[in-house]
Design a protein around this ligand. Structure first.
Ligand SMILES: [Zn+2]
Length: 93
């Protein structure tokens, strides 16, 4: 049986931690597609497993985004306006 992309993403997330860029590159699809997949996965992953989001952080001032409801990466830091942010990472635990 062939795995769907979402099933493959779930398998990857169980194995390690990945960014949107990692996943988009791996499956050769736009990040928007991966965001849709992650939203779907977050809803369908069954307890006791869950999709864990390591929040993005600012490389400059260390600002840590928290409680973000969105899966897209923020474009810049709200404190220092730096645009070089460490992207959020996803995994399933
Ligand atoms: Zn900052």
């Amino acid at each position: 049986m062939e795995l769907t992309r979402r099933q493959e993403i779930m398998a990857m997330l169980r194995d390690g931690e990945w960014t949107l860029d990692d996943l988009a590159r791996n499956f050769v699809v736009p990040k928007k597609v991966i965001i849709d997949d992650l939203e779907h996965i977050a809803r369908t992953v069954t307890r006791p497993s869950r999709l864990l989001i390591h929040p993005p952080t600012c490389d400059d001032c260390g600002y840590r985004f928290k409680d973000r409801a969105r899966f897209s990466d923020p474009s810049r830091c709200p404190l220092c306006k730096n645009e070089h942010l460490a992207p959020q990472r996803f995994r399933i635990v």
